[in-house]
Design a protein around this ligand. Structure first.
Ligand SMILES: *[C@@H]1O[C@H](CO)[C@@H](O)[C@H](O)[C@H]1NC(C)=O
Ligand SMILES: *[C@@H]1O[C@H](CO)[C@@H](O)[C@H](O)[C@H]1NC(C)=O
Ligand SMILES: *[C@@H]1O[C@H](CO)[C@@H](O)[C@H](O)[C@H]1NC(C)=O
Length: 402
């Protein structure tokens, strides 16, 4: 009898222990709802000066990347995300989709240029279907620009040839594959192979809302990191090389270390990446970085090789803010909404958080606050002392000077 009891309790403990770890981990991730609530969240502004630029010209720029030698930032901005967001699962019926997302170049190294000259729209050539951008990636040696696209026709990646002299992006091909389901961020390894994250297994478009929510909040390791090789005849050879919870931003820290955000776990995972001369590289989990916010996109600053992490400190505010933009960013809809809409738009806010990590110093915070909303990406040119934060649902960009 006694023995059975002991066995039973061993069994119970061995079942409960992982459950306790799981619940503890979930509690840590979900505690941000309390810790980062408006008024309670710790704020930082670790720079000399800052400005919110181009607020009347661009909005919803989820991604920014730097081409340091030219002092150029490339941006992808999609006002249409207000009515069609495949990541957060917000879809509003419309007779006609919104106008396509646009690409921009910002000459950040010449602060004396007037705004009208420092922000230039990139001409898109040879492309006439819907463009709903999320992540962008530029492979400099081959002038290849990869853009993750979430149009109504289904998820895909658009490949462009980006001429930096004329600022023209010429469409080369559309890449689609059964393993490219919710393409989010891309890191190019060469002109013809790249890694891409699929942040959900149960996509908001194809599965019941409950499954999507289950995956978002319980964080099972179902999202994938896929390696794609484009062969000479344009066919794709793709393979899942790792699975984890909510893989979002992805960046190569150096030749052997890959960083991938696990948004709903408050972690950035570091993997060692090996290319043992096989078709697809392999990943091995090494360690993780713990954050006071939900990490979205990652980038690496050229000089010091620091990992830059932007993300979302307070999800309830972000969700409400995201849904309200369809009204607040559109004067015609706002007018129709009357007093109620005006009040909502005057009070809705979403926080931002941008930090930097190095193995020597750990995590250091650059900006956190409510003045600029919904940070999704942060990039930094340490030599020129300039940084940019881009917000998923923000007007303009936050630009800071060290
Ligand atoms: C995040 O940044 C990387 C470059 O560091 C880029 O390749 C990727 O597409 C971006 N993704 C998003 C969702 O912003
Ligand atoms: C790459 O970065 C990781 C993480 O900072 C570090 O542990 C590793 O030593 C670096 N490798 C090289 C070759 O620099
Ligand atoms: C602000 O930046 C400096 C220089 O990078 C760093 O030493 C400091 O720790 C940062 N402060 C915070 C609060 O992270």
């Amino acid at each position: 009898m006694m023995q059975i009891n002991i066995r039973n309790s061993v069994l119970v403990i061995s079942l409960l222990a992982p459950l306790a770890v799981f619940l503890g981990e979930r509690a840590c991730a979900l505690s941000l709802v309390y810790l980062n609530a408006p008024g309670r969240m710790q704020t930082y502004a670790n720079f000399t000066s800052h400005e919110i630029k181009f607020a009347s010209k661009i909005r919803n720029c989820e991604d920014a990347l730097l081409i340091e030698p030219r002092g150029l930032a490339i941006l992808a901005c999609d006002p249409g995300r207000e009515t069609w967001n495949t990541v957060m699962g917000d879809f509003f019926d419309q007779a006609e989709p919104d106008a396509n997302a646009e690409l921009y170049a910002y000459r950040y190294a010449e602060p004396s240029l007037p705004d009208a000259d420092s922000l230039v729209r990139i001409e898109v050539a040879g492309f006439d279907s819907e463009l709903r951008t999320i992540g962008i990636e530029y492979h400099e040696p081959s002038s290849t620009l990869f853009v993750t696209n979430h149009p109504r026709q289904g998820p895909r990646i658009e490949q462009f040839y980006l001429d930096l002299e004329t600022l023209t992006a010429t469409h080369v091909r559309t890449l689609s594959h059964p393993l490219i389901t919710t393409p989010n961020s891309i890191v190019a390894l060469s002109a013809s192979d790249f890694l891409v994250t699929n942040q959900h297994y149960f996509t908001a478009r194809d599965y019941p809302r409950l499954l999507w929510a289950f995956e978002s909040y319980l964080a099972p390791p179902l999202g994938s990191i896929v390696h794609v090789r484009i062969s000479e005849d344009s066919t794709l050879d793709a393979a899942v090389i790792a699975r984890q919870a909510y893989p979002n931003g992805i960046a190569l820290l150096n030749g052997t270390t890959l960083a991938v955000a696990a948004t709903n776990k408050r972690l950035v995972y570091l993997y060692s990446i090996s290319n043992t001369e096989r078709t697809h590289p392999s990943l091995k989990f090494e360690s993780s970085i713990w954050l006071p916010f939900l990490p979205d996109n990652l980038s690496v600053s050229k000089g010091g090789g620091a990992l830059l992490i932007a993300g979302h400190p307070h999800l309830p505010s972000l969700n409400a803010f995201a849904r309200s933009r369809r009204v607040c960013h559109r004067p015609d809809v706002l007018t129709d909404g009357g007093q109620h809409a005006l009040k909502m738009c005057a009070t809705a806010g979403a926080a931002s958080w941008a930090s930097e990590w190095t193995p020597e110093h750990g995590v250091r915070h650059i900006y956190s606050g409510w003045e600029y909303p919904s940070s999704a990406s942060v990039v930094r040119d340490p030599e020129r002392g300039v940084g940019i934060v881009a917000g998923l649902y923000a007007r303009g960009l936050l630009v800071w000077w060290d």
